[in-house]
Design a protein. Structure first.
Length: 408
């Protein structure tokens, strides 16, 4: 056939309308998922924060002192002798549609030591900030002791800080211990007093439920770190640090399935074209011209696969939704094409579905193996073509290819 005849034959196979249906379906759902992803970074994230908690930024306590018997309004900063903090976090991921948020429950346990370096008694004020609204602190589990004895929980006028005042004699010491349970989202940061250098600082963060941790911007990286098997442990240990230094982590996250879904949908146009090419080859092989509605229904089913996966993934785990969709829609499409070409071998139709839907979407789910999967699939197709074109019956079939005037 001449080039114009071949193009006319492709048009008579209703490629134009079929490819438009596939492109329209997958790009519309890709656009919807992308817009919802942007939404998840704004309104949806704010809704999750209001219900679950926000990124946690715990400020270190401040210590202020004045000579006993003088005006208490003239407090001067006083460095803590040591501060040892342990944070035990357990991941509790929050799912909203296709978006997963890294929610976590944690226990904060801090021990602080203060000493009187002056040659006289001092009155001190120990202030520990607590952002109740943001971290959703469970105040019933807030515990505060001074030198091992329980102390009153004075949260100040605004209820956003724990305040203790008392007298410290010459050479005296005081140990403050604070423990509370809370929950947060995405990250935990511990920020030192911006007015004073810190001495003998130790921060331990242990995480259960994930190990792919990272660091927020402008924080000090851990001095020791171990991770694996769904756990991570980090330690910051320094004899002295500059004022205002921040330490902390971005908590483990799961795959961003909304982004994966959008990528699958955007890439589905090319496999969709291959799918339509396969229908056309079946039409040639069986000497049966496809009717316009037969092509369009097949194209609609191919495009609807992305739509079903996106909405099913909003209610199931995405991997489960992917499996159900690939099997369910695959069975429907394979049986439909088999009814159009009942003489065709069923395993060839199943293989065509795997090649045009299962493997391309699996390559997106496994980003570390995307290139390998695509390469192996192309190689398998190339080897199949090399094998087929050397067979006598195929060469005879190609030399006797039908013209566009062939009817059913």
């Amino acid at each position: 056939m001449e080039l114009t005849t071949r193009l006319r034959w492709l048009w008579n196979q209703h490629w134009g309308g079929g490819l438009f249906i596939i492109t329209f379906a997958v790009w519309v759902i890709a656009g919807q998922v992308s817009s919802r992803t942007d939404f998840a970074s704004t309104e949806l994230a704010q809704d999750v924060e209001s219900r679950w908690g926000a990124p946690v930024e715990q400020a270190a306590p401040s210590l202020r002192a004045v000579q006993s018997g003088t005006v208490f309004t003239e407090l001067a900063p006083l460095s803590l002798s040591s501060q040892h903090v342990a944070v035990d976090a357990t991941m509790n991921y929050r799912k909203r549609g296709l978006a997963y948020f890294s929610g976590f429950d944690f226990t904060f346990d801090g021990t602080y030591l203060a000493e009187n370096p002056e040659p006289h008694d001092i009155d001190v004020a120990f202030v520990f900030p607590i952002e109740v609204d943001k971290s959703q602190v469970l105040l019933s589990e807030l515990a505060f002791t001074v030198d091992g004895a329980p102390s009153s929980l004075d949260l100040g006028e605004k209820g956003d800080r724990l305040v203790w005042t008392g007298r410290m004699p010459v050479g005296g010491k005081a140990e403050f211990h604070i423990r509370y349970r809370a929950r947060g989202l995405e990250s935990f940061v511990y920020r030192l007093d911006p007015a004073l250098q810190a001495r003998n600082v130790t921060l331990n963060i242990d995480v259960k439920g994930g190990d792919n941790i990272d660091y927020p911007a402008y924080v000090l990286a851990a001095s020791a770190r171990t991770s694996g098997e769904g756990r991570a442990s980090l330690e910051w240990k320094y004899p002295s640090l500059e004022s205002g230094v921040a330490m902390g982590v971005i908590l483990p996250s799961v795959k961003k399935y909304d982004e994966l879904m959008a990528t699958m949908a955007f890439r589905a146009v090319v496999p969709g074209g291959v799918f339509l090419l396969g229908l056309s080859l079946l039409s040639l092989r069986h000497r049966r011209k496809l009717l316009i509605w037969e092509t369009y229904v097949a194209a609609a089913a191919f495009g609807f696969t992305s739509v079903l996966l996106a909405y099913l993934g909003a209610f199931l785990h995405f991997l489960a939704a992917w499996g159900v969709t690939m099997v369910g829609m695959g069975a429907a499409v394979v049986l439909y094409v088999w009814r159009l070409f009942p003489q065709e071998r069923l395993h060839w139709l199943v293989g065509a579905w795997v090649a045009t839907q299962v493997l391309p979407t699996l390559a997106v789910l496994l980003p570390g193996y995307t290139g390998l999967l695509y390469t192996l699939e192309i190689l398998a197709g190339l080897l199949a073509v090399m094998t087929l074109v050397t067979r006598k019956e195929v060469r005879a079939f190609l030399s006797d290819a039908p013209t566009p005037e062939v009817t059913s």
